[in-house]
Design a binder for this molecule. Structure first.
Ligand SMILES: Nc1ncnc2c1ncn2[C@@H]1O[C@H](COP(=O)(O)OP(=O)(O)OP(=O)(O)O)[C@@H](O)[C@H]1O
Length: 473
């Protein structure tokens, strides 16, 4: 009996090695909820989509028992357990804690003695209490129309054509009007900030500011000043009063990006602010009430950092009220298609070009893994539109890369760039970008390779952008 469960799980690993689409990948991309459980209701296999419909992490789901999910209120009842008890296929409507009515079917797989070995439970028909999308109109178009109405067009450009992304948008719509804290998980460049801005624009705080703080980019020494602000004389020679970012975010959204990089000492201070809903400027004597919605984001496994003592457990629970996982772009093919056409249209407009992708080029783009996700794709498309060129061989690709080399850049812009510090800023920035790309956008890994602190990376990239902007290159 055990062998069969393990056999099924092993099969998923074997196929991975062969380079073919593994069962893991197919399950991962399935636009439906799925549980495979053992005869006691312990979940052996599931997917991100399932996790998303109830608002837990897949990792947690894989440790759960279906009965616990019912007890915790995620589902109205368990048809998996019904199928285990009756040894018959069961189909029923189930309500999830996120307001979804799901039509589910549980099929028991019996051994030769008629005992249950596994139960496969799937659902692929979703009805939400409030229908949000109209049929026959692209979802992306509907989202952007709504965003245009809510926030004067600020959020235009979100692509959400895959089922996973539509599901995320639905969840965002459900939670937008509450002030519950949201934690966005996802690889670098998957669109966490895009989603945070979407929640902001759909919420009642849309008229308030959206203040984004990159916790990895601020040097630890100035963190407190930046977040909490300071009063006159807070430190030597300091004569000005400054409001911190938390205070500035009042009546709006505070977006804590890369929250895993918050130093432990700052985590304790942030926790106090979130618990008491008030902040005290450095050197101040009174507390200032705060009323902002907190959305955090990370591309790291926060729970494993908690277990290693690198992230405070109390803060983890405080910020992780509504977890939303954004899957990587390689698992959202429909979004990939939507993003390619949306990026081409916007760069054509920006650069006054008329670039058109050939079918061959399009195919090539669809088959790439895009480890840097939408950000990598965006940069790639920008390069294509600007150079109107797409290599098919490695040699040609190297030529395209060469277009961006520092020599080429200097040659083109030598009249505008004269100060050594500007060259240095651009050379450093370009090198950091290259290393970041090699590390698939993982800042921690890139910082390790470059032997610098993560905050240095972001500071230098910002410096390069400033030089580029000032020279309008
Ligand atoms: N669904 C989407 N529709 C349109 N553009 C998107 C979408 N997702 C991402 N992008 C674009 O991709 C780029 C990266 O997105 P974003 O900054 O939100 O990613 P992120 O996950 O917050 O990255 P990081 O982890 O590095 O902070 C941005 O230019 C953004 O506009």
């Amino acid at each position: 009996m055990k062998y069969n469960c393990i056999g099924l799980i092993n099969l998923t690993k074997r196929n991975k090695k062969s380079g073919k689409r593994s069962i893991d990948e197919i399950i991962e991309e399935m636009p439906s909820t799925l549980f495979v459980t053992d005869p006691n209701g312990n979940i052996l296999i599931s997917n991100e989509f399932t996790a998303l419909t109830i608002g837990v992490q897949l990792e947690e789901l894989l440790k759960a028992n279906v009965q616990d999910l019912v007890k915790a209120g995620y589902y109205s009842h368990s048809i998996t357990m019904e199928a285990i008890q009756s040894k018959q296929k069961v189909s029923k409507n189930i309500d999830t804690s996120r307001g979804f009515h799901v039509f589910s079917t549980a099929i028991p797989i019996l051994d030769k003695d008629g005992e249950v070995q596994l139960v496969v439970t799937t659902s692929n028909e979703f009805k939400q209490e409030h229908t949000y999308f109209e049929a026959n109109v692209p979802v992306t178009q509907q989202i952007n129309k709504q965003l245009g109405e809510a926030g004067a067009g600020k959020g235009k450009g979100i692509v959400a054509e895959s089922l996973a992304m539509k599901q995320i948008i639905k969840v965002c719509n459900q939670i937008a009007s509450y002030d519950s804290k949201v934690l966005l998980y996802g690889e670098s460049g998957t669109g966490k900030e895009v989603i945070a801005k979407y929640i902001h624009l759909k919420s009642e705080k849309w008229k308030g500011p959206f203040i984004a703080i990159n916790c990895a980019a601020i040097a630890p020494a100035v963190f407190e000043y930046e977040l909490f602000g300071y009063e006159k004389g807070a430190f030597e020679g300091q004569a000005e009063v400054k409001a911190g970012m938390i205070e500035i975010a009042n009546d709006g959204v505070l977006f804590l990006d890369e929250i895993a990089d918050l130093p432990l000492e700052m985590q304790a201070k942030l926790l106090r602010v979130l618990e008491n809903n008030e902040v005290r400027r450095v050197g101040g004597i009174s507390n200032i009430p705060i009323n902002c919605r907190v959305i955090s984001a990370t591309n790291r496994d926060l729970w494993s950092l908690v277990k290693k003592g690198l992230f405070r457990e109390d803060l983890y629970y405080r910020i992780n009220v509504i977890p939303i996982h954004i899957p990587p772009l390689r698992n959202r093919k429909l979004d990939l298609v939507g993003l390619i056409s949306s990026f081409i249209a916007s760069f054509n407009q920006m650069y006054g070009k008329k670039y058109v992708l050939s079918a061959e080029e399009f195919d090539k783009m669809l088959s790439q893994p895009w480890h840097g996700n939408a950000r990598e794709l965006r940069n790639y498309v920008e390069r294509l539109v600007v150079t109107e060129y797409m290599g098919t061989s490695q040699e040609e690709e190297d030529d395209v890369a060469d277009w961006f080399t520092i020599d080429h850049f200097i040659e083109k812009n030598k009249d505008q760039l004269s100060a050594l510090k500007d060259f240095t800023a651009i050379a450093e920035g370009r090198y950091i970008k290259k290393v970041l790309k090699d590390c698939y956008g993982n800042g921690t890994e890139a910082a390790k390779k470059l032997s610098v602190d993560r905050s240095v990376i972001y500071r230098k990239l910002k410096k390069m952008e400033e030089v580029l902007d000032s020279k309008t290159l």
